[in-house]
Design a binder for this molecule. Structure first.
Ligand code: CTP
Length: 411
């Protein structure tokens, strides 16, 4: 796999060095292209040393050892050659200026020219000051790029080099490498094994209102459900995501944003008739507050909240679904993971349960990685520690198999 790593000028350039290493560690050949701004922060020698290849920096000077300039008429135009050879272009860090140039189709340096000339997937990982990131101009440019199918790897929040705190930090190296590999796989495979399927997915932790400003919630971030949605979209399915974690701008599918379990239930039941696959990744609150206060509650010495049971959406789904619709539940557990998962598989009448241990710091709630076991009626498959996207793909591999087998036969 050949990845072109475009490095534009920002303090996060040093992380691009780590990214070069990570991409290579995963088996990619990395060709680095630096903008003039990037060269102000780090010399090309750093990246040449890491990648083992000459770093390309100029539109006007062909690379010494690689631009074929031999026979008459065979002179390769460097930026076109490079643009055609790579499997993905990843720009990290992508400055506000680089993003603006891409959005407007400028081609006044090597990197921006390659971006116009390539047909490979393009990914940008922005890094900049929080105000620059939030500026309407940048946000509009990012939206333009997304609309064209460019994958934007959202910056994280935290302490920024400028001394401010907020969004603008380059995404984690692992996350960028993951996105690059998935982009290449998607482009290469042209997978459409879920074409014709309608996949209904729930995500996030429901929020049960206490009063107009407070709620009871849980630690689910919605990332697993979003990963399943991304994977299902990439495999050609029509996807409806019912999410209690807010809409995800990177998703190219219908999203229904809900708050409480009751709202989630309404949205799911409304969409169920058209679904052929249901994946319940949401952490649905088992209880709601019996009497939600109309006005904000005032503090007192102690207080008792009376809770009442929410209906189990998954059970309702199993009761009311069309014949042949595949239903997958999640069991987020902290102990006796497999036993609990198997019990839920039996008791809820679903086709499969993804049992995962949410007590671990490196997988489960809130983080980008996960691990677990896919429990089906006739088989159990280990889902080793991986990114949530990778885990989502594995789960969907089996959905295909479950749908392919005539109802009632198992597999
Ligand atoms: N679920 C649901 N509706 C609920 C609660 C959970 O649809 N009211 C779904 C979740 O989306 C998930 C699965 O059921 O797919 C989780 O199983 P569940 O039995 O709810 O887990 P726990 O609440 O943790 O159950 P227990 O208290 O029995 O461990």
């Amino acid at each position: 796999m050949r990845i072109l790593l475009g490095v534009s000028g920002g303090i996060a350039v040093y992380k691009a060095a780590e990214l070069t290493r990570e991409l290579q560690r995963r088996g990619a050949e990395v060709q680095v292209v630096m903008t003039a701004g990037a060269e102000r922060f780090v010399t090309p020698l750093t990246f040449a040393g890491l990648s083992g290849r000459q770093v390309l920096t100029s539109l006007w000077e062909p690379a010494v050892d690689e631009a074929a300039s031999g026979e008459a008429g065979q002179f390769d135009i460097e930026h076109i050659r490079v643009a055609q050879e790579v499997d993905a272009v990843v720009i990290a860090p992508a400055t506000a200026n680089t993003i603006a140039k891409l959005a407007h189709g400028l081609a006044n340096d090597l990197l921006s020219t390659i971006c116009l000339a390539t047909t490979a997937p393009l990914l940008v990982a922005p890094a900049m000051n929080v105000n620059m990131w939030r500026h309407v101009a940048t946000q509009e440019n990012v939206a333009t790029l997304r609309g064209r199918g460019v994958r934007v790897i959202e910056p994280g929040a935290g302490y920024l080099a400028c001394g401010m705190v907020g969004e603008g930090r380059l995404a984690e190296v692992d996350q960028i490498a993951d996105a690059a590999f998935w982009a290449v796989k998607e482009a290469g495979r042209k997978r459409d094994d879920l074409a014709g399927e309608v996949v209904l997915i729930t995500a996030g932790g429901t929020q049960e209102s206490i009063d107009p400003v407070r709620f009871l919630g849980n630690r689910s971030s919605g990332k697993m459900g979003v990963a399943v949605a991304q994977a299902a979209v990439a495999r050609g399915a029509k996807v409806v995501l019912v999410t209690a974690a807010g809409a995800d701008a990177s998703l190219r599918c219908e999203q229904v944003v809900v708050g409480t379990a009751a709202e989630m239930q309404r949205a799911v039941m409304e969409r169920l008739p058209e679904a052929t696959v249901v994946v319940m990744a949401a952490a649905v609150a088992d209880y709601r507050v019996k009497e939600v206060a109309v006005q904000k509650l005032k503090k007192r010495d102690s207080m008792v909240l009376e809770l009442e049971r929410n209906e189990d959406i998954l059970r309702r789904v199993v009761e009311e679904k069309r014949q042949g619709t595949v239903v997958i539940g999640f069991a987020a557990e902290t102990e006796r993971i497999l036993e609990e998962g198997r019990r839920k598989l039996r008791e809820k009448g679903v086709d499969a349960v993804v049992a995962n241990d949410v007590s671990r710091a490196d997988s489960g709630f809130e983080v980008d990685r996960n691990a677990g076991t896919l429990l089906m009626r006739d088989a159990e498959v280990e889902l080793p520690a991986s990114s949530k996207r990778e885990m989502a793909e594995r789960i969907l591999d089996y959905v295909g198999a479950m749908r392919a087998v005539p109802v009632g036969l198992g597999f």
